[in-house]
Structure formats: structure tokens, C-alpha cells
Design a protein around this ligand. Sequence first.
Ligand code: TMO
Length: 316
Amino acid sequence: MRHLGQKLLAAAVAAVLAGGPVQAAAPESDEPIKIVMNNWTSQNVLATVTGMLLEKMGYNVEYVPSDTQLQFQAIANGDMHFQVEVWEGSMATAFEAALAAGALDMGAHNAVTREEWWFPTYIKEVCPGLPDWKALDACAEKFATAETSPKGRFVGPPADWGKHYSERIQSLGMNFQEVPVGQAATLWAELQAAYDRKEPVVLFNWTPNFIEAKFEGEFVEFPDYDPACLTDPKWGSNPDALYDCGAPKSGYLKKVGWKGLPETWPAAAAMLTKMSFTNPQIAAAADMVDSQGMSVEEAAAKWIEDNEAVWKAWME
Ligand code: TMO
């Protein structure tokens, strides 16, 4: 304790000797900070929380919709400035390419993520051996629809989430066909319809999400993830194909920004670097909108109202 006190005192003295407060007053520039909006709920709520906090600090903010994969090059180019939810399981490749092109890794949230095929628990009664993917595959016909028969239907994510599930089905030789949805809401509508009738359904899902508070289910266990699975065909059970593995089971959730951010808006960049959401906070953000029917703006405003101590610490 005494050691820390001395360090803080030394820092304060250094700041005074250097001619005053360490931070220039925000906003250092009136140019709008462009915050990316993607197409799933927690991201929309947290992006709006981010914008509202920056506005409290005096900044101008613009929300810019973008494709989940293409956003990274746009951020590297400075056409957009900040994205609050970079999921390892769906964006690592595009994110790393953007970092190589000069985008800024603005740190990880205190959160652990997973994105994977998911089924309601009641299906275990009709498909013995779940959650193993081979047990799911042996049971494929139970998931068949008129569209996919005799193959099982996998209700897949929108195309821009970068999941390569049709390739995974092929490289693992599964008796499934991916039927992608156009938007996340359709995933939950398909789940609800099957759940109400206790019918087989397997769909794309992730955590943290509002689903875990509302439905009982599990992720399918595929062969363990390895980065080489995405780049080296020889890796994994199929020596001629990529994507013969599952997604990371303890993935990161990061923030990404334009490299000019710290120079153009220093106090904003400091806040965005400190900003960190937890699994329960992210699940609650989705829940307020997808379960409780709030608008994204209402949910963001409520989060800010309920968590003043949390975000004030990010601004110090
Ligand atoms: C990127 N997502 C959380 C929708 O899988």
C-alpha cells in the first residue's frame, strides 16, 4: 500500500512539474468518432453505450453499419474508428489481417466467448451420445426438413459472420446441410418454434448471449480448435481440407480501433482502452432487447444509468 501511495505521489509531482494535468481537455477534436454497428444485439447495445459515454465526454459520434468481415479493412483505412466486439471464433482472421495493415488492438474485455453449433437439451433423449459431433451426425435424419432431406438441417448464421460451416460439413463428411439465416432474429424464431414442440433443431449460437437465461441447451463438441485448422489442409482428420475442427471454446473478445485514434482523440482512446465488459453484462445487454423488448437505445441508456461506478472508472 505504502509503495503504491509513493508511486501515485511521484506521478502527481511529475505531472505538476510537466506543467499541469496529464490529459488535454476532451474533446480534442470535433470530428465525429465513427463507431461500427454490426448485426447482433449485444454489439449494438455496447456500441451505443460506447457512443453515449463518448458524448458525455464531449465528443461527436456517428454510428456506421458495417459487414462483420469487411469492417476490419475499413478500420485499418480510417474510414471507421472503433468496433467494440471482436469475437475470436468468427473474426480472428480478418482482425489479424487488419492489425498487420495498421489497425489497433485496443485490448480484451474481461470475457470468455464461444460460438458453435448448439442444440436444446431435450434432443439428448432422441440422439444418444450428444454433445459429440459424431453422435449428432449419426442422428442427422431427425433434423431433416423437406428442403434438406435426407440430410439434417443446420440453421446457420448470416453469411458475414465468417463461419465456413458448409466447408466444415464437407471436410468432416457430415450428413448435414447448412441453411443460413438472413438475420439473427431468425435463429431465435427457429429455436423458439422447435423448442415449443420439442422438435429436433440444431443452430448457430454463442455465449455470452440472452439464450442461456431462457433456453436449456448445449454446444456440440467438434474436434478441438487449432489455428492451423484454418490455414493448413494437412492439419486435422481430413488431410485435404481446412475447417475440420470446432471453434475456440474459450475465445477472446477484443476491441479494435483506427491507429489515428489516440492522436486525434487522446482521452477517448484512453477510455476505450480501459473499457471492459463481462460475460454477465454482455448477456444482459442482449437480454434487455431480445427478451425484454427494449430498444437498443433504451437498453444502452439503462446500462449507463445502472453502472455509473463502472464507466466512471474508465474515464479516470
Ligand atoms: C459474432 N457472433 C457473436 C454473432 O457470433
